[in-house]
Design a protein around this ligand. Sequence first.
Ligand code: WTA
Length: 638
Amino acid sequence: MSYPYQIKTLDAYKKAYEESVNNPEKFWAAVAENFVWRKKWDKVLSWDFKDYNVKWFEGAKLNITENCLDRHLEKNGNTPAIIWESNNPEEPHRVLTYKELHFKVMQFANVLKNNGVKKGDRVCIYMSMIPELAIAVLACARIGAIHSVIFGGFSAKAIADRLDDAKAEFIVTSDGGYRGAKNIPLKSVIDDALVENKTVKRVIVFTRTRTPVSMIKGRDVWWEDEIKKVEAQGNPDFPAVEMDAEDILFILYTSGSTGKPKGVVHTTAGYMIWANYTFVNVFQYQQGQVHFCTADIGWITGHSYIVYGPLSAGATSLMFEGIPTYPDAGRFWDVVDKHKVNILYTAPTAIRSLMGFGLEYVNGKNLSSLQVLGSVGEPINEEAWQWLYKNIGKEKIPIVDTWWQTETGGIMISNLAGVTPQKPSYATLPLPGVQLVLVDEKGDEIKDSHVQGNLCIKAPWLGIIRTTYGDHERCKQTYFSTYKNLYFTGDGSYRDKDGNYRITGRVDDVLNVSGHRIGTAEVENAINMHAGVIESAVVGYPHDIKGQGIYAYVIFDNTHGDPNLSKQDIIQTVSRIIGAIAKPDKIQFVPGLPKTRSGKIMRRILRKIAEGDTNNLGDTSALLDPSVVDVIKEGKIK
Ligand code: WTA
């Protein structure tokens, strides 16, 4: 495949950017010509940020899997679409060519259909990183069902809430999943999630770990048995269901500053082109290269840069079941060496953790296939950037620092590998179509350079969130009400004199722990479920490996024994309610929380104490009881 819209020079970038701003409809219509449509659009774009409404390519008809699979069959049918590397280095890897993946997706679309799945139905997918996860995602897209992938680290309670919110009727899972030394009992977690569920009719279970599972008659079926039935039916074809450009492709739940996760909705055409366009341009993908994105498909990064971006570009996408440190800290480099990986897209937290193990795990591995390195999920600190640049890239290959969000569908700010300048710890420049503004607290645009502000976007891009599932008002409130006529990212940013952006982190109550978004209110709600907890407040603090750690201040009814045991109980509670990813790193029992006279917790103070900056707490005169601050300071957990 060739990509006529691939930007190859700095001047071409500047020109493309200008055109995308001056004449977005013309610009994106030209890009859209490179995709497969059943019917072309009547109108490229209509939008309004006030009542929030965005439509791209209205009137167009397509199916994203025809773009990700069918269109590659003739010329690239034998090209590997997915190379899969097991958690266990001894287990043979798997390769699925475009032809094979196409066949398997059609087969599984037939399974879905046989089990009653129709266009528009919500299918929840809870699996580990095996090719069948990608197959299930694509099969949903083929039939027009809405997939909602839930990361394998979420607990039964977290899944139950998401199933309810999406009113999901179907689940695809596996018996268990391997992740490092762990074997996660996925089906059993699903069983717990279904105890009070009223909507789910069918659970399809793939065999991965051969863990014993309970299969409920009438509800649960085995993936393998269902495939046999399709084989017996004789006709494996499954013509793609025609979708409107703005039909929902998927829901993906993410955390915000309230306690309840939001179902971010992405639709078909705009998302597809955005994932593809950003993939082809940021990584400068060349046909034949092996692209290795280390994210999990349970997060947006996996959706856009393991599945939809690469496959719509006819690329080879490497999917890895394991973790960077299993069986040892050289695993990434073994995978790069073994599969001759050309592009490695990973997260700062992984880099920082590997740095700690030393170079003996890197030396001796052949990394000469690498041509582009990428980072996503949180600000990459200069030290991690330099380590990556020197030891992995051997000072020869570009690093793209890509800033974006679940809500943006694809990369928004990044250098284009080898094409536009890179600058350590800067995501650098916006992609075509991305119109950034920095605003001050009042919402006034800050036009100068060398400034810091809240990062907003003033016009829609192709991959913008369309709604929060089932609650459009919430979408309006969350993203479009803080500043008039602007999409607010929730991030702060600095801009240098050349217009480069350096993201400084969230300015709302959202934490970024190992690149995972976690709302402080969600963690507080979970802690408060523990019978002994009276009240709690959660803040982030700098953590060497995770980026941010979770610090919980808890007022505890501590009359029943050992406080350390009680802290373990609280951690257990959070694991049950959200999942292990949200476990507090530090818990401090406190007699009270610093509150204003109107009862509002002053988190600024708690944040400072957690950061260890106790001499600089600012004005505490508004507090109802300033003495509580001294007690909290004294009890700070080191
Ligand atoms: C943060 C992940 C700095 C940011 C794709 C954002 C980053 C949140 C970067 C979204 C980056 C992501 N530099 N910060 N390159 N990439 N972030 O929804 O705070 O899981 O708002 O999407 O991650 O996290 P999400």
